[in-house]
Design a protein around this ligand. Structure first.
Ligand code: ATP
Length: 257
């Protein structure tokens, strides 16, 4: 469903991503790991259309994403979350999810969703779908609370519910467990696993949290200084000397643990 070739992005003198390639199949889960500044968020920004590459191609279900205007990408079924959560803080959790649904619906419904204009019956159906998404993430009881006052972990869940409201076939998660306690991370990963089983969307998850990535992702890419350093199963990555060196910042044969 996704084929990326030769993807390169520079910021002034910095090469944030260079010559990156990826083939992702329907329903596949890929974890992307790497030290700080390795290019992980840049990759998510490129795949979601937030950034344009300097070189390379991104083909998603046969379409060339690089040539499409960024605002058309969510409607194709690519949804993302952000490392630093970006919700509308004064809208309720439910409203945050409903706003995302307007991507697939015409403006009259968008206004109905927000409480005015025609299309109120369809709006009611979508309200129920949004509620169902909050239920699946275990936060239905928070539907009417302003998103900005929710605990961090619940804001992450609202963000994931909002991404799912796009009915994505590709979900891009940027550090979904950042800032969560280990038990919270565990619970969120369990919910993601269930959602993946039910929905079957492909997922690219960028994360620092090794236990989470290793448990959730059957296949990993390791980025280092913008380059694809290694790929493989969690087991292969764990035993790869290049990866140890990139993470520890010294040769793995130095005897350092
Ligand atoms: N908008 C930007 N302007 C200038 N440089 C940038 C910009 N975005 C990223 N960079 C640089 O590109 C490189 C890759 O950054 P990126 O945020 O993709 O890394 P990362 O792997 O996500 O890091 P972290 O784990 O710290 O979030 C870094 O050197 C970063 O400073």
């Amino acid at each position: 469903m996704l084929k990326v070739e030769g993807l390169t992005k520079r910021f002034q003198g910095v090469v944030a991503l260079k010559d990156y390639r990826l083939t992702l199949h329907e329903g596949e889960i890929l974890g992307v790991i790497g030290p700080n500044g390795a290019g992980k968020t840049t990759l998510i920004n490129l795949l979601s259309g937030f950034l344009r590459p300097d070189e390379g191609s991104i083909r998603f279900q046969g379409q060339d994403l690089v040539r499409l205007p960024a605002h058309r990408i969510p409607a194709l079924g690519i949804a993302r979350t952000f490392q630093n959560i970006r919700l509308f803080p004064s809208l309720t959790a439910l409203e945050n999810v409903m706003v995302a649904m307007t991507v697939h619906h015409p403006p009259d419904l968008a206004s109905a969703l927000l409480g005015f204009g025609p299309g109120q019956r369809r709006a009611q159906a979508l309200r129920e779908q949004a509620m169902h998404l909050l239920e699946q993430l275990g936060i239905a009881h928070l539907a009417d609370r302003p998103a900005g006052v929710l605990p961090y972990g619940d804001q992450r869940r609202v963000e994931i519910a909002r991404a799912l409201a796009l009915k994505p076939s590709l979900l891009l998660l940027d550090e979904p467990t950042a800032g969560l306690h280990p038990e919270e991370s565990e619970a969120l990963v369990e919910q993601l696993r269930r959602l993946h089983r039910e929905w079957g969307m492909a997922i690219v998850m960028v994360a620092h949290d090794m236990p989470v990535v290793m448990r959730f992702c059957p296949r990993l890419h390791v980025l280092s200084s913008g380059a694809l350093l290694a790929e493989g199963t969690p087991e292969e990555i764990r035993n790869n000397p290049l990866v140890l060196e990139a993470f520890l910042g010294r040769p793995s044969h130095s005897g350092a643990a």
